[in-house]
Design a protein around this ligand. Structure first.
Ligand code: HEC
Length: 216
């Protein structure tokens, strides 16, 4: 029954079903074990499609299908995710901690949206980089990048609870790494929640009528 063509959306449902004890509780032990083995085989087959160095492979099933309305509820209401604490969307909200996601689908593909949630630091939205730099003097500084030119980097550096700007000469920087201040929230989501969120974001095609506020 399960050996046939497996749709990608089905893979997510099965993954969820496997995690949800409720769907297995009504079954006898042998049935439950058999179902578990079927799920495991299915998952293995699904994962085998992608190269092992594909960092999104465990999440790719969430690129298909999804319920945008449920995703909207998760985005706005699920307290563990707090998306609205950091993002405006649909021209609503006040936070400028993260980029305004109004019309995000006109700028990002589904895969980019998935990656933004699963691996926030893989590609950082312009203007939202959080940098760690090691200077040639050995000093290490971290903070949000306020501005940058070919020769200078302006970081917001926190000292004694207040943020001050430090202008650094790029030639005085030995090492620089960038990270996102968005928490890696995918670990708190079921595959189905992740899929619904991606479906919701992928439907945000209406661009903002006004210029979105920028962080700095
Ligand atoms: C603590 C604040 C915070 C929370 C909570 C948060 N984000 Fe973010 N998010 C950010 C920041 C900062 C960025 C910009 C840096 C980056 O690209 O990773 C970002 C970037 C993004 C991007 C990429 C935007 C672009 O222009 O490329 C998406 C999509 C996104 N977040 C979705 C979400 C979703 C969905 C949730 C809830 C599950 C969420 N975020 C929760 C802070 C947050």
């Amino acid at each position: 029954m399960l050996a046939g063509e497996v749709t990608k959306a089905l893979a997510v449902d099965l993954d969820d079903a496997l995690k949800s004890a409720a769907t297995l509780n009504g079954l006898s032990v042998p049935d439950r074990n058999r179902r578990g083995r079927q799920h495991a085989a299915l998952q293995e087959k699904w994962l085998a499609q992608f190269p092992s160095d594909d960092s999104l492979r465990l999440y790719r099933a969430s690129l298909q299908g999804g319920d945008a309305q449920k995703g909207r509820e998760l985005f706005h209401q699920k307290v563990e995710f707090l998306c609205v604490r950091c993002h405006r969307i649909e021209n609503e909200g006040t936070s400028v901690v993260g980029p305004d996601l109004t019309g995000i689908a006109s700028r990002r593909s589904r895969e980019e949206l998935l990656r933004a949630i699963v691996e926030p630091s893989a590609e950082i939205a312009p203007g939202f980089e959080f940098a760690t730099v090691i200077l040639t003097t050995g000093e290490t500084l971290t903070g949000p990048v306020h501005r940058e030119s070919a020769t200078d980097l302006v970081l917001g550096v926190s000292q004694d609870g207040t943020e001050r700007e430090r202008t650094l000469l790029k030639s005085a920087i030995r090492e620089r790494s960038a990270s996102s201040s968005m928490p890696p929230l995918a670990s708190l989501m079921t595959p189905s929640e992740l899929r619904d969120l991606v479906a919701y974001l992928a439907g945000q095609n209406t661009p903002s009528p006004v210029t979105a506020p920028t962080r700095f």
